[in-house]
Design a protein around this ligand. Structure first.
Ligand code: GLU
Length: 329
């Protein structure tokens, strides 16, 4: 399904409490959709059961609402929309398996018997940090007989995509024109891991396709996943959405804000009595929409918003910003 209207999405992984960096990405995705009178879907990316926890999923819905971010369809909304449900990846396995079967039927996939240890050794080779070490194609050319023997010996296999050679070309609303070869983006990537878990690239692509997503706004750290996802859209016969990869918020050491920056978790800030409008005001300041960083609600940032005008380089969250705009009473 593809809509004329803008369909954006928020796609959090419930692996911890959300922090200022997540709030930044979700606020921009919200502004991008709402400034075009678009629809927003909230999808819980809990495909990896080992890393995901239901309590984090519940907490993130609450934290986002507290911030003033809303959505039209999600696990907690009543207006279910036919084939788009459910909104938790852990409940969508049949959709992913169907797509995997279709790809496999065209001969585009192959089983990969490489162990984690073997793959870890590869990781010591130089590689673009965002894409991981390129898979060297060890199992690409195994014959049917070799595969059978390995299966019979009890080896578990991941399923990889035989990546097309043609470069993937797309326009990113923030990062500009992109032309990427899949071998530079990690090479043949996994669609299903050897433990049976569907890989992020496949799950996200299938969901974005079936949910009719037309606009994906997410962190710049995922930019090198996008050519892989566009390749999957093409192979599965879907139209890829428009992408915008936004700059990252970093700490003073240049590290991307992450769930381990516990002091910047929305829950922590809230428990310290920080006003939600101050957080939105600070994020609006970083986005260039609220120069003085006045406390505000997300709606107040809509008027001046445009993806094209967002800053293109990463932003350092300084102690001074935190003190002046968030914490000072
Ligand atoms: N679930 C991913 C995350 O929380 C985001 C994936 C995406 O936006 O495609 O990092």
């Amino acid at each position: 399904m593809r809509h004329k209207k803008v369909y954006g999405r928020l796609a959090p992984s419930p692996t911890g409490y959300i922090h200022l960096g997540n709030a930044w990405a979700f606020l921009l995705a919200w502004l991008a959709a709402r400034s075009q009178k678009g629809v927003l879907i909230l999808r819980i990316e809990d495909i990896d059961a080992q890393r995901s926890r239901a309590e984090f999923a519940a907490a993130l819905l609450e934290d986002l609402r507290w911030l003033g971010i809303d959505w039209d369809y999600g696990p907690d909304t009543k207006n279910a929309e036919g084939a788009n449900t459910p909104y938790e990846q852990s409940k969508r396995t049949p959709f992913y398996e169907e797509a995997l079967d279709r790809l496999s039927a065209t001969g585009m996939t192959y089983p990969c018997f490489c162990t984690r240890k073997e793959l870890r050794l590869l990781a010591s080779a130089p590689h673009d940090e965002d894409a991981g070490a390129p898979y060297p194609g060890t199992c690409r050319a195994l014959t049917g007989a070799q595969q059978k023997k390995l299966f019979q010996s009890g080896r578990k296999a991941a399923v990889r995509l035989r990546c097309p050679d043609a470069p993937v070309v797309f326009h990113d609303a923030v990062q500009g024109a992109q032309r990427r070869c899949l071998p530079d983006c990690g090479g043949d990537f996994a669609l299903r891991r050897s433990d049976g878990v569907i890989a992020y690239q496949l799950a996200t692509t299938v969901d974005d396709a079936l949910m009719g997503i037309t606009q994906v706004v997410r962190g710049r750290d995922i930019l090198l996943s996008t050519p892989r996802q566009i390749a999957l859209f093409n192979l599965l016969g879907y139209t890829a959405p428009m992408y915008a990869h936004i700059p990252l918020l970093k700490d003073r050491n240049g590290e991307r804000l992450a769930k381990r920056h516990k002091s910047l978790a929305l829950r922590t800030l809230r428990s310290q009595g920080v006003d939600n409008r101050r957080i939105v005001g600070l994020l609006g300041h970083y986005a260039g929409l609220n120069p003085a960083g006045h406390p505000c609600r997300p709606q107040e940032l809509l008027a001046g918003f445009s993806l094209e005008r967002l800053p293109k380089t990463d932003i350092t969250v300084t102690d001074k910003n935190l003190h002046d705009l968030l914490l000072r009473s």
